[in-house]
Design a protein around this ligand. Sequence first.
Ligand SMILES: [Fe+2]
Length: 139
Amino acid sequence: MQHATLIAKLNEALGWELRAINMYAHYAANVRGIHRLQLGPMFDSEATESLAHANIVRQSIVKLQGIPVTERAPHPITHTTDYSEMLQFSLETETQAATVYGDVMIQLEEADDQDLKDAIEQIYLAELRSVEELRLLME
Ligand SMILES: [Fe+2]
């Protein structure tokens, strides 16, 4: 199949987005204490952002004539009610996602689809911003 490596990488990214949707929704529901006021909405909006990213990546895979994965990345989602652990696991997730999108960007250098490059680059930059934001939140 043409673009096989690119599709495989996009599917890896999609798996991480599907996992992120679950993880952030879980943390939004479970965060306790005074931090719930701010982190509840933040986790909710991260879940929504992951859903939007998943949709873009899924459509890109279909456009490349690949089959999008339906299962999330198998990396476990750890239950906790401790906000600082949630932030730590969020940072790990965003760092992982940024790495995968970085790999996708390299694969995309070969492809001649500017639309696709732009769409994925926007997601990649959003992941980098999330990493930086979480890093600052944890200081
Ligand atoms: Fe994302």
